[in-house]
Design a protein around this ligand. Structure first.
Ligand code: HEC
Length: 139
């Protein structure tokens, strides 16, 4: 009886050994060269073609994930944490008028008061400035 159990276990182990997906062995090994290939093909994208990684696409994602929690969806300072930190109403025409693009970029890059600094790629930074300018409320 005990002998049969060991045999059964042996069979199960043998079967278990065949459980791997057979194709995995046939896959070519990934090399750092493949990484370059991916980046190169992205660079060769024709001009004007939609690009999910563009600054325009990134800026909305960045705003929603990094800024809206304080400044709100449109920048009025009405995000969930807006009142607590007294986030600036970025749509305020008076504020817009007295603030330069460099001030805006500087505040994002270096932080200001209770606002943390954000280390963003330059095109995203500039696109955020443009987005803030476009959100200016009509007086
Ligand atoms: C933790 C909350 C918080 C987050 C997140 C945040 N801000 Fe702010 N932001 C503030 C506060 C508070 C101020 C007011 C700072 C002050 O004047 O002391 C401010 C001010 C600003 C100003 C005005 C600076 C000036 O010169 O008066 C800009 C522009 C701005 N934020 C843009 C952004 C952008 C863009 C993001 C996302 C990348 C962002 N903020 C994320 C809290 C936040």
């Amino acid at each position: 009886m005990a002998r049969n159990s060991w045999m059964l276990l042996g069979i199960l182990l043998a079967l278990g050994g065949c459980d791997r997906p057979p194709s995995a062995d046939n896959l070519p090994e990934w090399t750092p060269k493949d990484h370059d290939r991916v980046e190169e093909s992205a660079k060769q994208r024709p001009r004007g073609a939609p690009d999910a990684g563009s600054a325009e696409a990134l800026v909305e994602a960045t705003w929603r994930s990094q800024c809206a929690v304080c400044h709100g969806p449109t920048g009025r300072g009405d995000g969930p944490n807006g009142p607590m930190v007294k986030a600036t109403d970025l749509t305020n025409p008076e504020w817009q008028q007295k603030t330069s693009d460099a001030d805006i970029a500087g505040a994002i890059k270096n932080g200001k008061g209770k606002m943390p600094k954000f280390d963003l790629p330059e095109p995203v930074l500039q696109a955020l400035v443009a987005r803030i300018r476009a959100s200016k409320a009509r007086p």
